[in-house]
Design a protein around this ligand. Sequence first.
Ligand code: SAH
Ligand code: SF4
Ligand code: F3S
Length: 463
Amino acid sequence: MAVATVPEDEIKKQLEYIDKIKALGQNRKYFIVTLGCKLNEADSESMAGMLEKMGYAPADSFNDANIVIFNTCSIRENAEEKVFGKLGELKNIKAQNNMIICFAGCMSQEPHVIDKIKKSYQLVDIVFGTHNIYKLPELLYRKIVQNEEKRIIDVWDIDGEIYEGIPVKRESKTQASVIIMNGCNNFCSYCIVPYVRGRERSRAPEDIIHEIKELAKDGCKEILLLGQNVNSYNPREGYNFANLLSDIDKIEGINTIKFTSPHPKDFKDDVIDVISKSNKISRVIHLPLQSGSTKILKDMNRGYSKEEYLSLAKRIKEKIPDALFTTDIIVGFPGETEEDFEDTLDVVRQMDYEQVFMFIYSVRKGTRAEKMPNHIPEEIKSERFNRLKTLCDGMTEISMNKYVGTIQKVLVEGESKTNKEVLTGRTPSNKIVNFEGPKDLIGKEIEVKIVSQHVWFLKGEIV
Ligand code: SAH
Ligand code: SF4
Ligand code: F3S
């Protein structure tokens, strides 16, 4: 696949803008609001990396920020509404603080959103999209040094490019997300992602491996490989996702390798083989189902049937007996009958998932499903959602009970967000474990005995 790459000169130019802004030498702060998926979180780490190189420090809240960036998500309607609510709240603060407000991420790729900002949100100073994040230094320079008065809107309707060499601010020293591919060619009929993220493009394996080796040198132990469709990774003829996994598996210092999201239709045997032979690649496999009904899967354009999905899971289990599955499910897709929904419940029971991420179908402008007949009334959608949730909650409780009394290897991530006296980490199967212990354990791998389960987390004691 021929993929456009941003020329080195363009990146160099941006690094020069970074230096020019840094030379202003004022005491300035930034605040980034990140919505959506892990790809957006990774993009925010790039934005933060550039801002910190420009001399900005992180602000604790909107109130003391000179620049605020909204890194937005379009996946469902409630994600979009949240942003406009927050923007409204900023009107007064902006008047007092003279802050710069940037609107970025997936929503800025949607023409109707741009129209809405133009019409009703005068307070937004800069809009940029998912394809030109690396241009943030230049856009800021125009605003704060050249004092451009007019609002800057720089959004590109292109397939997308690969870029390297932008500074990244990592949230954690021990765990890091690494984007391996971006964009999506699948056009599932309900989904906005292919429209807002462009076509699939893969980073060169050399760049990915170099980045991971550098992270390992810096003390990183766990890598999360990211992409809308990681198993479509295909930077060149003869090199695929299985090759990349096995090359990363050889990097010294990295103990755990995770990836998300794979697509069931592209989950080939070579990937299953690499996982089965590795003692670093996580056994928790995210296998997004979306629906258990073959008819609905066809209308969703998912490229597999109920039976094909179940037989893939069986093949994985045969080669990786300790594999655990997580999934995404959409309830209430247009035309979903009670029988179709029963098929979904049936797959959930058969798969015995570790975790199910459930979503109520949300109409997205410009997608094929928007124009389909037989949209499901809200009350039926919620009623089905609740039934699925009851089933999954029951299964979660049974699966969490199984941990009590076991000893688990845990990478200590840090203090618990809700209680600073307690440390937190995850089991190899991704369950949160809280336990008491000295802070110098952060970043280390230790053994913890699980003493109780609390639905969303486990409590443990250091062995
Ligand atoms: N590329 C990933 C999905 C990214 S979006 C994959 O194919 O698995 C994350 C999840 O959001 C999807 O798996 C789907 O379950 C859900 N989702 C996407 N579009 C949606 C919509 N219009 N309404 C409700 N849920 C949606
Ligand atoms: Fe959306 Fe489907 Fe692409 Fe996932 S694979 S991002 S659900 S279009
Ligand atoms: Fe949302 Fe964009 Fe991710 S739409 S889910 S932030 S790719």
